[in-house]
Design a protein around this ligand. Structure first.
Ligand code: NAD
Length: 478
């Protein structure tokens, strides 16, 4: 028996969770359930995290969390429970298989069968945002080498364990050379360790376009958090319906399983929601806890139900379906087919596996880090960058002097275009031009001289070289 934590969530959550639990029980799942309350009621009771501390204890003890969708109340102040759970439990991999069920579920892509492995903890989802000037706000995109290594290695291990042939990486490293560049670099390094699995890389924009056009050319896709979020919904939608997809969120200790859709308040309480997304999540969960016999039984019964034309309203089409059913009747139809296999779809065969265990991350030798200068960001309400430069060229230290000003990343001094639109947020680069290593005291001196000139420095970024390579972006146009 395995104890798991279950949350029935909001909206259609209780209906689809009850339906799925009935199926699990009928299929002989060897599980015991601890139920916790999360979501709207908890938020509205004044707990802005949407989950009580004793509920965390249940999840941390059981290490497996089966979660129905929740409603996040509108308005500020409420933190996304999904993001909090993923990050608090270090659920670094979000795995979303997408498959079309042609000819029983309408889709333009009959052969779509792919898995998106999305990094789940980093990127712009770190939620580190600041307003810096009257006109400019900032969100920090943080990417770490261990984060990249874990997710990329997981994608290759997943491909190997699940007999997938190719892993494709999506990044935007033509623009974000440091952050996305590191993800791509790590992908290349780790791909070399898996010669049995094909690999390729697309810039995310053309990659997404190809995914929407010819998804059958993709197998496993690994990508950063934000791109993964966007392309998973695209893939689920073009497969036929977001109501059909399940996902797992995997960490080294804990795992969370859920449907990919939300709480669908528009159809809540009507017994019409499709429980398939949560059923798919339950199949992933059964495989995860080593009960692949139960997973196989449920998946085959579910496939048989779909090919028998027993469909909920979201996928019902008179020309493809035989019977339109509600949530409860759909679950009943799956239960009646437990032990049967589909005849049109290929029956699934799951083997009990150990689960994916990643080799522990080992830190590389420390690179030689040398300080070469500083970017001082200044809130300045002028228009002409030459005027700003005239003031800032008065700031010098033994090694540092003003070398460049950019506005929103575009070089405006020296020799910018007068056409470039400028706002009140100026990046002023003070660097050495003699290759010398700079002391922190020189940066402090730049800042105190700026203060003496009434310049409003809102933040700084140190400019480093790592092992002799400059580790900061140039200004656009530089
Ligand atoms: P949604 O996924 O709940 O609904 C989008 C549309 O799809 C609606 O028309 C809905 O009726 C339909 N739909 C969704 N699931 C369905 C199902 N199983 N069967 C049939 N139709 C289905 O997205 P939304 O309306 O943007 O969000 C509603 C709420 O859900 C919001 O509060 C949002 O924050 C929350 N949400 C939660 C999660 C989660 O808990 N993992 C994920 C996404 C959204």
């Amino acid at each position: 028996m395995k104890r798991i934590t279950v949350a029935k969530g909001d909206g259609i959550g209780p209906e689809i969770m009850d339906a799925t639990l009935e199926i699990l029980k009928a299929a002989g799942a060897r599980i015991e359930i601890d139920e916790i309350e999360i979501g709207e009621k908890v938020y509205l009771s004044g707990n802005t995290s949407g989950i009580a501390s004793e509920s965390w204890n249940s999840i941390l003890t059981n290490k497996v969390f089966f979660k129905a969708p929740i409603t996040t109340p509108q308005g500020g102040g409420y933190k996304s429970l999904n993001v909090t759970t993923r990050k608090s439990l270090a659920l670094f991999a979000n795995v979303r298989p997408c498959k079309s069920y042609h000819p029983f579920v309408r889709t333009k892509h009959e052969d779509l069968d792919l898995v998106i492995v999305r990094e789940n903890e980093e990127d712009l989802y770190a939620g580190i945002e600041h307003q810096q000037t009257d006109e400019v706000v900032q969100c920090l995109k943080l990417i770490s080498r261990p984060g990249c290594e874990k997710i990329v290695r997981y994608a290759f291990e997943y491909a190997r364990t699940n007999n997938r042939k190719k892993v494709t990486c999506f990044t935007k490293d033509n623009i974000m050379k440091q952050t996305d560049g590191m993800f791509h670099q790590v992908f290349n390094e780790i791909a070399a360790e898996y010669p049995d699995i094909e690999n390729d890389h697309y810039i995310v924009d053309i990659g997404s376009a190809r995914l929407a056009d010819t998804p059958e050319n993709f197998d496993v896709i690994v990508t950063l958090n934000l791109y993964g979020d966007v392309i998973s919904d695209i893939a689920a939608q073009i497969a036929g319906s977001v109501g059909l997809g399940g996902s797992s969120n995997i960490g080294e200790e804990c795992a969370m399983f859920e449907a990919i859709h939300g709480s669908a308040p528009d159809i809540a309480g009507k017994d019409i929601a499709n429980p398939s997304g949560l059923i798919q999540a339950s199949v992933m969960m059964m495989n995860h806890i080593g009960q692949s016999d139960v997973a196989e039984k449920i998946e085959n019964a579910w496939l048989k139900t779909i090919e028998d034309g027993i469909h909920t309203a979201d996928i019902y089409k008179p020309e493809l379906s035989k019977e339109k059913v509600g949530t409860k009747a759909f679950a009943q139809a799956v239960i009646e087919r437990l032990g049967q296999t589909p005849s049109q779809f290929k029956p699934v065969k799951y083997e009990a596996t150990e689960g994916i265990k990643l080799v522990p991350y080992t830190r590389k030798e420390y690179a030689k880090k040398k300080l070469k200068g500083v970017d001082a960001f200044i809130d300045w309400n002028g228009i002409d960058p030459n005027e700003l430069a005239e003031v800032l060229t008065n700031i010098t230290t033994s090694n540092l002097k003003l070398t460049m000003i950019t506005n929103r990343g575009i070089k405006v001094w020296p020799k910018g275009f007068k056409e470039t639109f400028c706002t009140d947020h100026w990046r002023c680069r003070f660097m050495t031009d003699n290759g010398a290593e700079v002391g922190k005291d020189e940066i402090i001196s730049v800042l105190s001289q700026a203060e003496g000139l009434n310049m409003d420095v809102i933040k700084t970024e140190n400019l480093y070289e790592f092992d002799g390579k400059p580790a900061f972006s140039l200004g656009q146009g530089q």
